[in-house]
Design a protein around this ligand. Structure first.
Ligand code: KIV
Length: 271
């Protein structure tokens, strides 16, 4: 049974942590779903971890729809959220609603995410008025990398911390069903989590959020050149690849177990 926003609200109410991981393809989505993940995010981190761009700014609606379709074919139970990519919503409320609709209609996801709070209140309101669940992403918002002066922790000083609390409240009032808090001090994330009634999902925002999200590639240690402080590696893929190389070189792989046999009489006739 597919998770719904009501299940997520209930989890917050009952203090049951919400789990979320990013996915960009069919098999990883199926694996996450079978493992019992609550939410899957087709993040625009797609641009960096799958397509090799230096930031998320080049990701298009077509990229997001293509990958959303694959993920939604793989995940039958998780609640699926897709990112609205850069410039798919910033220019107008109309763009925001139309492109959110495309992600649900063509990408078959259950909800969308946009970056911003106060500045995008009218967009959040219009998207949710169109019956599309929308998540607001605040704190470090990668689409604003050039305004922020890089990827840095947000909300450490009083003015920015107060602004983020306001962003969270306005996003909730405007109709957001959940908040994603990226790279903010854990004490600030705790305040925000207590002050809103919608679930908060954190990445680099400490343990007091209602849930956590990790990027698939960070969780599996696939990106050896980028190790953010907040990411924990749960499986060492590099070690596995090194072992494979070693076993092939040593003649240990493939063994009989991984090989096909044929009848001796057939073999005699051909050799
Ligand atoms: O695009 C993404 O992967 C994100 C992360 C912060 C989870 O938004």
């Amino acid at each position: 049974m597919r998770k719904t926003i009501l299940d997520l609200y209930k989890q917050k109410e009952n203090k049951q942590k919400i789990t979320m991981v990013t996915s960009y393809d069919y098999l990883s989505a199926r694996l996450l779903d079978n493992a019992g993940i609550d939410m899957i995010l087709i993040g625009d981190s797609l641009g960096m971890v799958v397509l090799g761009y230096e930031d998320t700014l080049s990701v298009t609606m077509e990229d997001m729809i293509h990958h959303s379709r694959a993920v939604s074919r793989g995940a039958k139970n998780a609640f699926i959220v897709a990112d609205l990519p850069f410039m798919s919503y910033q220019a107008s409320v109309e763009d925001a609603v139309k492109n959110s609709g495309r992600l649900l209609k063509e990408g078959r996801v259950n909800a969308v995410k946009l970056e911003g709070g106060l500045e995008f209140a009218s967009h959040i309101k219009a998207i949710s008025n169109a019956f599309i669940p929308v998540m607001a992403h605040i704190g470090l918002t990668p689409q604003a990398v050039h305004m922020l002066g890089g990827y840095r922790v947000q909300g450490k000083d009083e003015i920015l911390a107060k602004k983020l609390i306001k962003d969270a409240k306005i996003a909730e009032e405007s109709g957001a069903f959940a908040l994603l808090l990226e790279c903010i001090p854990y004490a600030l994330a705790e305040i925000i989590t207590k002050e809103v009634s919608i679930p908060t999902i954190g990445i680099g925002a400490g343990k007091y959020c209602d849930g956590q999200v990790l990027v698939w590639h960070d969780l599996l240690g696939l990106n050896t050149e980028f190790k953010p402080k907040f990411a924990k590696v749960y499986a060492n893929t590099l070690e596995g690849i090194k072992k494979y190389i070693d076993e092939v070189k040593q003649g240990e792989f493939p063994s009989q177990e991984h090989s096909f046999s044929m009848a001796d009489e057939v073999l005699r006739k051909i050799y």
